[in-house]
Design a protein around this ligand. Structure first.
Ligand SMILES: [Zn+2]
Length: 55
């Protein structure tokens, strides 16, 4: 099975728990460390998603 990674900090679920979220019809995984930044700076999510799509 594929190792899920936090979309923001790229930490794999083997190192930290990640939770599944949906955003704009996309599925993403995020770790608890990055949830606060999602709450306070949602534009970062847009940026990270755009970068993740290019990778
Ligand atoms: Zn993270």
């Amino acid at each position: 099975m594929e190792d899920k990674k936090c979309f923001n900090c790229k930490t794999p679920e083997s190192e930290i728990p990640v939770v599944n979220m949906r955003y704009k019809n996309k599925e993403l995984w995020v770790c608890p460390r990055c949830i606060p930044s999602m709450i306070h700076e949602p534009q970062l999510v847009e940026q990270s998603l755009a970068e993740a799509e290019q990778a």
